[in-house]
Design a protein around this ligand. Structure first.
Ligand SMILES: C[S@@+](CC[C@H](N)C(=O)[O-])C[C@H]1O[C@@H](n2cnc3c(N)ncnc32)[C@H](O)[C@@H]1O
Ligand code: SF4
Length: 478
């Protein structure tokens, strides 16, 4: 594809869209399950997991099983771009009560489900900053957690870590508990950008944590990068990519900066004038993507890249790749039980999010309640559309030849995909659709064709810009 066509496509399809870690996406949730309804769904999900495990021939005690997410909200200082649920503090005084609340929440699940231990296929510590916890605090949390939750054979444990607060002792504790995947927040190496987002960290710090983790047996190191941050330029992003390629992580998440100052007032500490906009922002994304491709990273799906040696790339080819609120995973694990303030759980046909306020979360758990604040019970249409979107983001294709893969809305989706098909982003036939190599960069737009709830909530939201100077359906021929 020539540069002119690429820029036209990028301009045409430059519309905001969800990350599709769930369908329906959180703004479209409308029917919070009662505690009884929620537990029924979790129980059914665990049962289905056991059956999948047994059917896989490895016995019910291997693979599959639940996914467990544990949210640690604490961070030492606020990165002003941050959109996560955090509690900024330098004090560790909050940690013991929070750890107790996490364990109490897991105990509530065990008691309500009649289990002595929860078997998991995936464990992820996210945040905030899980490595805000000292080695001793991590040890205490993990020892108690592993009394209540047991890894199945082949289970994967991963953690999000801030290199500025991650030392050898914490990594050793994690390695001892079987953690083999680590994701480091890198974001950008440019000193001016780091200054304005209040996150100063050196290449050296990132290198040290990467090397230590690898020496301790971590098999996959991911870096989070963001394009679209204030003061970023092509030259600064190029320099960041140089450093990243020198350090050569196994995976990279390249996120577009999400600017939501009405939800995250910290983002008001810079102005919109500081943000790269329009073509400049798109160029930063493209520069990052092209560079990663040149360096041997393969695009996995939405925002994610991996070396061919990484389990994520292998999972894409083995068609076992899965996506949930934690991002991409190399195997299907459901239900996902999220513990901690603001955590989201996924039982397959229901979602639940915990209280987002730390105090309220702790109070409700202490009272013996599951701290669910909101959620959604999927209806029949949601379930079909979810399946299509999940397949698109994990397999880059979906089929609707079987009646249970069809809804009235699938017909609408096909009509909405006519323009992307004419632009060479998808191939449509009577029984399904496949994302082309060109279309990979526009996966979000393609998924939006199946997003009936977004279309009903925002009827004006198209998959592409209707007026951008590009001829409808004419770009492929350009
Ligand atoms: C929980 S943090 C990662 C761990 C740790 N707290 C750190 O920052 O090193 C999750 C990631 O979300 C991404 N992120 C946070 N706010 C964002 C925003 N407004 N737009 C895009 N990505 C964002 C960052 O790349 C960040 O590394
Ligand atoms: S980016 Fe990470 S370290 Fe920075 S405030 Fe957000 S969660 Fe905390």
């Amino acid at each position: 594809m020539n540069a002119l066509v690429a820029e036209s496509l990028l301009a045409k399809y430059d519309v905001p869209g969800p990350r599709y870690t769930s369908y329906p996406t959180v703004p479209d949730w409308e029917s919070t399950p009662s505690e009884t309804q929620w537990l029924e769904r979790v129980r059914a999900g665990l049962q289905a997991g056991n059956e999948r495990g047994a059917a896989s021939g490895h016995g019910a005690a291997s693979a599959h099983g639940a996914a467990l997410y544990v949210h640690i909200p604490f961070c030492r200082a606020l990165c002003t771009f941050c959109g996560c649920n955090t509690r900024i503090t330098r004090s560790h005084g909050f940690v013991p009560a929070y750890t107790q609340a996490l364990l109490a929440e897991l105990d509530l699940y065990l008691a309500r489900l009649g289990l002595t231990r929860l078997e998991f296929g995936e464990l992820h510590l996210g945040g905030g900053t899980p490595t805000f916890l000292t080695a001793g605090e991590l040890e205490e949390l993990l020892a108690a957690l592993f009394q209540r939750a047991q890894p199945r054979t082949g289970a994967v444990a991963s953690i999000e870590a801030d290199p500025r607060v991650t030392g050898a002792e914490q990594l050793s504790v994690l390695a001892r508990y079987g953690f083999r995947r680590i994701s480091l927040g890198v974001q950008d190496f440019d000193p001016r950008v780091q200054q304005i987002v209040n996150r100063v960290q050196s290449e050296r710090e990132v290198q040290e944590v990467t090397e230590r983790a690898r020496a301790l047996g971590f098999e996959s190191v991911n870096y989070d990068l963001i394009y679209g941050l204030p003061l970023q330029t092509r030259a600064s992003v190029e320099a960041t990519m140089d450093a990243v390629c020198r350090l050569r992580p196994d995976r990279i998440a390249l996120y577009g900066y999400a600017h939501v100052p009405w939800i995250k007032p910290g983002q008001r500490r810079f102005t919109e004038m500081d943000l790269p906009q329009g073509e400049d922002r798109r160029a930063l994304c493209e520069l990052g993507r092209e560079r990663l491709e040149r360096e041997g990273y393969r695009e996995i799906g939405l925002d994610h890249f991996a070396l061919e040696s990484d389990p994520l790339w292998q999972a894409l080819h083995a068609r076992t790749l899965h996506r949930n609120f934690m991002g991409y995973a190399s195997a299907f694990t459901r239900p996902l039980i999220g513990l901690g303030v603001s955590s989201i759980s996924d039982a397959g046909d229901a979602f639940a999010q915990n209280e987002k306020d730390l105090q309220r979360y702790q109070e409700r758990v202490t009272r013996g309640e599951l701290p669910i604040q909101r959620g959604h019970l999927l209806d029949a249409e949601d379930r079909v559309l979810r399946r299509h979107i999940l397949r698109l983001v994990t397999r880059l294709e979906t089929r609707w030849e079987r009646p249970d893969n069809r809804t009235a809305y699938v017909q609408t989706a096909v009509q909405r995909l006519a323009e992307p098909a004419a632009d060479g982003l998808v191939e449509l036939d009577a029984g399904g659709c496949r994302v082309t190599d060109t279309g990979r960069a526009f996966l979000r737009n393609i998924c939006m064709a199946f997003d009936a709830r977004l279309a009903r909530r925002m009827p004006d939201r198209e998959l592409f810009r209707v007026r951008c100077g590009a001829p409808p359906g004419g770009l492929r021929k350009a």
